[in-house]
Ligand binder design. Structure first.
Ligand code: M6R
Length: 369
């Protein structure tokens, strides 16, 4: 059932192009508009929403952090993202005009379930983004958008994450469409790009051998740091989480702009630092800033592992290892940038002799609070 792969995780990484395409299936019409029939919340109510709160745990939380950039950009509705385990214990401000989005692969995560129950008690609408048909979280929500990634067996989430991102983009674009924000043209363009993204994920997967080789060469390290900005920041967090749970290594993700506020003190000779570089197009200011960060950490001895778009030549002089990803619209970059980090963590875990599909101390779905 592992389809010829040594681990479910490898199989699930490889399935990502299809998973992403399946999440989009039937949700974009011939004219490039979104048809999310499952979102049974009437358009009139969707137009009245004045606040969105995303609740989730672990990898799904990282998908939520990325969703915030997309939601606020395309809908102009303020969006908060909160760890489900923290959410209800701080008496959050919610009312019937708040939309709560609960993201969960399993649909059984107790922290997320309790957060959504709390939201419904306050009269808020809850939309679940979920991978498991008929599970508890969608059953208790007002509406559900299934991710259609297929069963995910490995404890470390991979294809579920990419499809959660696609579902979040769809929700953000759909809300933008329903509310008629001024980004109409951009929304149509992004929908076209989303339709092509499965092929881009495939291309990334075809070029992963150097990443695996690099991972093996780092098997005796204790620490790896991850840096990113904008949507690359949650990608850095996700890369670090994968490494913790699979390789049992100390791994931390930082927003690159925070380096100078403390973390740069951690940089020492030969410390591996993975940097997710934003597209040089669009928000080029961020790109320039991160290039200076790479220079700064390299000057202090860091071994820089740079994930950058094809054609981004500015990073070349400062990259000890360069991983190329296809150019995508700025907000969609996590769909391609996360893949090398999954492969990296999986290979490092294997090199360290760890059990890839069943890391120690972890369960696939966490049904206790
Ligand atoms: O099933 P859920 O998406 O609700 O699970 C949430 C987290 O427990 C999960 O993403 C966890 O962090 C993964 N093991 C990460 O790879």
């Amino acid at each position: 059932e592992k389809g010829g792969y040594d681990y479910f995780m490898l199989k699930e990484i490889a399935e990502q192009p299809k998973a992403v395409a399946d999440t989009l299936l039937g949700r974009i019409d011939a004219g490039g508009s979104l048809t999310l029939d499952e979102v049974r919340i009437p358009a009139r109510e969707l137009r009245e929403i004045d606040k969105i709160v995303v609740v989730a745990c672990g990898t799904a939380f990282h998908a939520g952090l990325i969703a915030k950039y997309a939601i606020e950009h395309w809908t102009r509705i303020p969006c908060e993202v909160e760890l489900a385990s923290e959410f209800r214990y701080r008496d959050p401000i919610l009312d019937p005009r708040s939309l709560v989005i609960a993201i969960s692969q399993s649909g059984e995560t107790m922290d997320t379930l309790m957060a959504l129950r709390h939201a419904r008690d306050q009269g808020s609408k809850v939309l679940a983004i979920c991978n498991t048909n008929g599970s508890t979280i969608p059953r208790e929500s007002d509406a559900v958008l299934y991710t259609h990634a297929g069963p995910e067996v490995a404890v470390a989430s991979t294809k579920a994450f990419l499809t959660q991102l696609v579902a979040c983009y769809l929700v953000a674009l759909y809300l933008g469409q329903v509310r008629g924000t001024k980004w109409g043209d951009e929304i149509r363009a992004v929908v076209r790009d989303l339709a092509r993204i499965s092929g881009e994920v495939e291309r990334v997967l075809e070029t992963m051998e150097p990443v695996r080789e690099l991972a093996r060469s780092l098997a005796d390290k204790d620490t790896v740091l991850f840096l990113g900005r904008h949507v690359g920041y949650p990608v850095a967090l996700e890369g670090a989480l994968k490494l913790k749970e699979l390789a049992y290594m100390h791994a931390e993700g930082f927003a690159a702009g925070e380096l100078k506020h403390g973390p740069i003190a951690l940089i020492e000779e030969d410390l591996p630092v993975v940097v997710v570089v934003p597209s040089p197009r669009g928000r080029s200011v961020l790109h320039d800033k991160i290039v200076s960060n790479i220079q700064e950490i390299r000057a202090r001895g860091a071994r820089t592992i740079v994930i950058a778009e094809e054609g981004d030549e500015a990073v070349v002089p400062y990259a000890d290892h360069l991983v190329r990803i296809p150019a995508t619209p700025v907000l969609l970059q996590p769909l391609v940038a996360t893949v090398p980090l999954q492969v990296f963590a999986c290979e490092l875990a294997t090199a360290r002799g760890n059990e890839v599909d069943q890391p120690r101390n972890l369960a696939k779905s966490v049904t206790v609070e």
